[in-house]
Design a protein around this ligand. Sequence first.
Ligand SMILES: Cc1cc2nc3c(=O)[nH]c(=O)nc-3n(C[C@H](O)[C@H](O)[C@H](O)COP(=O)(O)OP(=O)(O)OC[C@H]3O[C@@H](n4cnc5c(N)ncnc54)[C@H](O)[C@@H]3O)c2cc1C
Length: 307
Amino acid sequence: MEIHDVVIIGTGPAGLTAAIYAARASLNPVIYAGSMHGGQLTTTTEIENFPGFEHGIMGPKLMSDMTAQAERFGTKIIYETITKIDASKRPFKLWTHDTEFQAQTVIIATGATAKTLGLPDEAKLMGRGLSTCATCDGFFYKNKIVAVTGGGDSAMEEANYLSKLASKVYLIHRRPEFRASKIMVDRVKANPKIQMMIPYAVERALSDQSGVNGLMLKNLESNKVEELKVDGLFMAIGHKPNSDIFLPWVDVDSHGYIKTTNHTATKTPGLFAAGDIGDPNFKQAITAAGMGCQAAMQAQKYLEGHS
Ligand SMILES: Cc1cc2nc3c(=O)[nH]c(=O)nc-3n(C[C@H](O)[C@H](O)[C@H](O)COP(=O)(O)OP(=O)(O)OC[C@H]3O[C@@H](n4cnc5c(N)ncnc54)[C@H](O)[C@@H]3O)c2cc1C
């Protein structure tokens, strides 16, 4: 059975950056793409904060260029999903639905999927008024009216962040109680640009050719449905890190993010984690790429010491 030096799981910015570094270090990396080759950025339009692109770049184009760059140095891309890993001893064993293979080191770059509300036409309106990331998309709503839905710290953070750009922010939440810390809720309540809408649930987004132009909200006390004029809705209801299959071999925090020490090392020597999967805080393409670089260099160092 073939034993690879470096197997990378996930082809988002973290995985592909790890592949570029590992390939240029002659480690012949093999990278598994899973169900979303290119990762989360393939679901969005313009990326304006990835350095090097003065006028921005479309998410899918950035990811196809990263793929081509990784392939140019000899990365082998396999368009399959890893279903299981046994990291009890080296070489590690890995499985897809019909193949078993081995690896001396593994870089987990499986990302964290933003949870969404499952609204009608949601997929069609993502990037056209619906978003899951204020840092990424807030700039497009300068002086516009937006809504944020959620009741945790990240919803409060997104509302505050957006209030510096948008002309008005509605914070929509289903219950009078919040999961967010009191200090974050108090900050939102004190912000004159933010109006709380409680207890409301978003039923659907209204749109025209240019994207979202309103929301239908249900008042959960009266059951009445009301229209709210907004230019965008930010869904801040949490992320699901794709860490389930690694659980026996890594420590995770209470949300499932992989805990690392010394940059990208997990509790299992030779098993590294990079990108959103190990980052509950920043979740940006540039930070994911940076962690991918670190993981590849740490895998290389590990292999040198354990040949
Ligand atoms: C709509 C949207 C807009 C965004 N806009 C911006 C922006 O403007 N700027 C910015 O910096 N960031 C932006 N982000 C955030 C950015 O996309 C993420 O921070 C970044 O993609 C994280 O990269 P990653 O490599 O860690 O994981 P991801 O991009 O999530 O990639 C994960 C990869 O792992 C694969 N995978 C998962 N499980 C398995 C498995 N079992 N086997 C094999 N493969 C697997 C997936 O198929 C995918 O290829 C945006 C995110 C979204 C959702």
